[in-house]
Design a protein around this ligand. Structure first.
Ligand code: FPP
Length: 234
């Protein structure tokens, strides 16, 4: 049986979901945020997944209309400020991956506080990828390693794939399964290092309609895959 430790979800289709219903984009994001909460609680309560990574805002998303970015930042701020209690009840540990700049201090501090408040929780790890880019993560890890090398803390031969992995934003198991909603079939700079051997599933459903049943269906598809990690078929 394939192990499933780390699921990575590309949350996509909020805008189209709203447009389809004659609503504005922010209503799509609000509906998406409500579904996201359901999926997180479902994963924590009813699955044995260890890590759920969520692509909620890429570095490139800052190029969007400034009102949309402002709406999303306010939604993040509200969410991360009020959700500590809920996560305690479900033993969920929240972590973040991404760069600080150009996030506001207010949003960044709320993220750091939430990480701090949930750091001893031992259940599902939810990794919010916010102001995240896969290439940026690799560059940032490379810079850390370069300065360690320069300061004489490590030698060139210490730089292995395993070592490199420890210098990424968070120490997590490799991604086993990537799910992208909304019918788009691309990776959009998500967890580029971590997905080397991941399985992929692209579903047509827009994220605000991607409920617990859709999530379970996706997971069951993963278990039907034949993962060989470069080995021959037995
Ligand atoms: C992609 O859909 C979605 C985003 C860029 C934002 C994701 C945000 C949420 C799910 C809600 C907020 C989350 C939290 C944690 C409060 P899109 O806007 O690109 O959709 P489109 O491709 O149909 O336009």
């Amino acid at each position: 049986m394939n192990k499933l430790k780390h699921v990575a979800l590309i949350v996509d289709g909020n805008g189209r979901w709203a447009k389809q219903r004659g609503k504005i984009r922010s209503e799509g994001h609000l509906a998406g945020s409500k579904m996201l909460e359901r999926i997180i609680l479902h994963a924590a309560r009813n699955t044995d997944i260890e890590v759920l990574s969520l692509y909620v805002f890429s570095t490139e998303n800052f190029k969007r209309d400034k009102d949309e970015v402002k709406y999303l930042m306010n939604l993040f701020l509200k969410w991360f400020t009020i959700s500590g209690k809920k996560y305690r009840k479900d033993n969920i540990k929240i972590i973040f991956s991404g760069r600080k700049e150009p996030l506001s201090d207010e949003v960044y501090n709320a993220m750091k506080k939430l990480e701090e408040r949930t750091k001893d929780h031992t259940g599902l790890i939810v990794n919010f990828c916010l102001n995240y880019g896969g290439r940026a993560e690799i560059v940032d890890a490379t810079k850390k390693i370069a300065s360690e090398l320069k300061e004489g803390k490590i030698k060139e031969e210490d730089i292995t794939e395993e070592y490199f992995s420890t210098r990424l934003y968070n120490k997590l198991p490799d991604v086993d399964f990537v799910i992208r909603t909304s019918g788009e079939q691309r990776i959009s700079n998500f967890l580029l290092w971590e997905i080397s051997y991941a399985e992929f599933l692209f579903v047509d459903t827009y994220f605000p309609d991607f409920d617990e049943k859709c999530f379970d269906e996706a997971i069951s598809k993963y278990y039907n895959r034949d993962r060989r990690f470069g080995n021959a078929k037995k």
